[in-house]
Structure formats: C-alpha cells, structure tokens
Ligand binder design. Structure first.
Ligand SMILES: [Zn+2]
Length: 286
C-alpha cells in the first residue's frame, strides 16, 4: 500500500525531515518525563501497599508542565522551542540563566529528522515507512531512557513486540513464522546468557528489559537477524566498555546499559541487515 502524492522523492524527504524534527521534540519529552511518571507511579503503589499516606507530589505528565529550563525553571517560549535551530541560535544556553542546554535535545531532534527523511525518501508514504518510523522512534526513545535511567520500560518494549508481529501478519518485513520464532528466540537467547552468567559469576549482567527488546527485534526482522544483532551489540558494547576503563578510568565493575547497543545494532540490522549478510556471504564465497 503506497499513497501517491505526485511529489518527487526529494520533496517527500523534505517533508519527512520536518516531520521527523517535530517528532524529535516530542521524543525528547518522552525520554525525560516518561521514566519520571513511571517512578512516581511506583512510589505511589509502594506507599499504598505499605499502608503509608500518599505523598503530595506535583505529578508530571507528557503535556504538563510545559517545557522549562532544568536550571532556572523558566518556561521555554515557543520561539525557542524550534527543533535544532533554537539550540544553534541560543548557542546551547538557556536564554534566562545561561545554563548549558543538554546536547541530547538537538541530537535526538536531528536523528529523528534524518530518520524521517531516510524512510520517506526510500519508501514514500507507505505502510513500510509507517512501521519503520514506529520502530526507529521507539528504539531512539529506549536508547535515551536506558542511557539516563538504565531502564527499558515494558510499556515500550512489549507494544513494540506486538506491533512487529502485527506488521508481519501480512509479511511486511518477514513471513509471520520467522517473526514469531524471532520473538521467542530473541527473548530466550539473552535469558539463557543471563542465567549462565549468573550461575557462573553470581552477578546479574543485564536486565529483563534487554531480553524483551531483543524479542521485539526478532518479531520485526525474524530470527535470521538475531545473531547479527547480538554480535554487533556485544562488539560495540565491548569497545565502549574497554574505552571507558582505559580513557575514563572507570572500574571493571561499572555497569553500562546494554539496551542502547541492542537498539543501535537492531536498527542497523533492520536497515542494512540483508546487505551485510549478502556481503559477508560473498566474501567467503558461501
Ligand atoms: Zn535557565
């Protein structure tokens, strides 16, 4: 299914870019506020379970309060809320208090914009583009949240898994059978690594969110891509981990979130997996 607009792919990509930039602004809000909402909820539930009085807190939602500077609390005016451009115009500092603005904001907006342009350019206004954007933006949000909070919320990983299966109900990316096996194999493979590691070392090397995320990736691209995702993510994770020990003087025991590596490796496999596989097979004349 493709909607014909009569626009050239380049013009469409321009719209994709603008759409992606705007979505990126929203993704930033989700990355910052959704974990806070979750924690508020857990705290309320815990106090309720323990029979304690609920604590009066200012509850945060995705829409309220409006964006404000984390340094001075001054609300950010709409004209300083333009994706990427505002950051450049303000030279990365709050207009009111000159506190530095996190590079995360323009970075997420820019990535989100490029992702929008990339898929719309390649696949036009189609179901493939819609699903690809849903996957990409979910992975971007999961990466941001895991970097901040070392947490991959079920509220994102599980719907992502179901959406992947749904997309493949009509074989959008892979046949449904490969997607179902991918979801199961993705979850189980990391689950087994987790327990092997725990039995051998007595430590927990990763979280259940990682299993769910790999399960979701399997649901989107089928079980055949799982070895590549695991190889890519562990390779990049190992390089970053070793670099951290050498350059940042981190201890060997420092925990780094594995989710961002899984998400990035998953995205690369989703977009270029077939090319990487065929190139690899060609090199070895298989
Ligand atoms: Zn400020």
């Amino acid at each position: 299914m493709i909607i014909e607009t009569g626009l050239s792919p380049t013009a469409l990509a321009g719209f994709g870019l603008i759409f992606g930039l705007l979505i990126g602004s929203f993704l930033n809000v989700v990355i910052l506020r959704f974990p806070q909402q979750l924690k508020d909820g857990w705290q309320r539930d815990s106090r309720d379970f323990l029979g304690l009085e609920p604590q009066p807190t200012e509850s945060v939602t995705l829409s309220k309060p409006s964006s404000r500077c984390p340094g001075c609390g001054v609300p950010i005016k709409a004209r300083y809320n333009v994706p990427v451009l505002s950051y450049l115009f303000l030279r990365g500092r709050c207009k009111a208090c000159a506190a530095p603005i996190s590079i995360q904001y323009p970075l997420v907006e820019l990535l989100s914009g490029l992702i929008g342009a990339f898929f719309v350019y390649q696949y036009g206004l189609s179901a493939i583009t819609f699903y690809s954007l849903a996957l990409s933006y979910s992975l971007l949000v999961l990466t941001g949240i895991d970097l901040h909070e070392k947490l991959l919320p079920d509220q994102i990983t599980l719907p992502l898994l179901w959406l992947g299966l749904f997309a493949n109900l009509s074989g959008t990316f892979v046949p449904l059978g490969e997607a179902v096996i991918g979801a199961i194999a993705g979850y189980l493979s990391l689950w087994m690594v987790f327990w092997a590691f725990k039995l051998i070392t007595g430590k927990e090397g990763m979280g259940y969110g990682d299993f769910k995320l790999l399960g979701a990736l399997g649901a989107w691209m089928g079980w055949q891509m799982l070895p590549m995702v695991i190889l890519l993510s562990t390779a990049v994770g190992a390089v970053v981990g070793i670099a951290g020990i050498i350059f940042a003087g981190r201890g060997r025991e420092t925990q780094i979130a594995f989710g961002p590596f899984l998400a990035m490796a998953g995205w690369i496999a989703f977009v270029w997996g077939d090319k990487i596989l065929s190139g690899y097979l060609a090199i070895f004349n298989l």
